[in-house]
Design a protein. Sequence first.
Length: 137
Amino acid sequence: MTTKKRFLTVDGSSVSSVKSVDLQLYLRDATFMCNKGFARLADAPGQDDIPQMRVLAEHCRFVISESSVLLEQVGVAEPEAYQEAVHWSDHLGKYEGGRIFRKIDGAGDPIEIDYSSAGQPMEYQGISGIQGFLPTN
């Protein structure tokens, strides 16, 4: 899958406060080339819950641009709530491009988590060799 934007975007401003977003993704033997990053989850004032996501990725390759973040969470909640809202489980995946696995930008100071700090071993390499494969803009 190749896109100039993201594979997945949840925009909290378009979600009713009575609905909660709870995503479960099982990804296997796939390549995701997403210029802006893989996913962006956003909540908004008045929302009861922040978006939840569970990902099981097996034998996948994720390629993002050097200036992008693989997973971004933004909104008005406390950083601890965002940290508990996403569970990413990787098995023999490869991550290329931007060095940040996850960025949390909520009520507190922004938090950036690189691949080595993601809580599990992840095979990461920089941008070299993939520049011609990513879509522009």
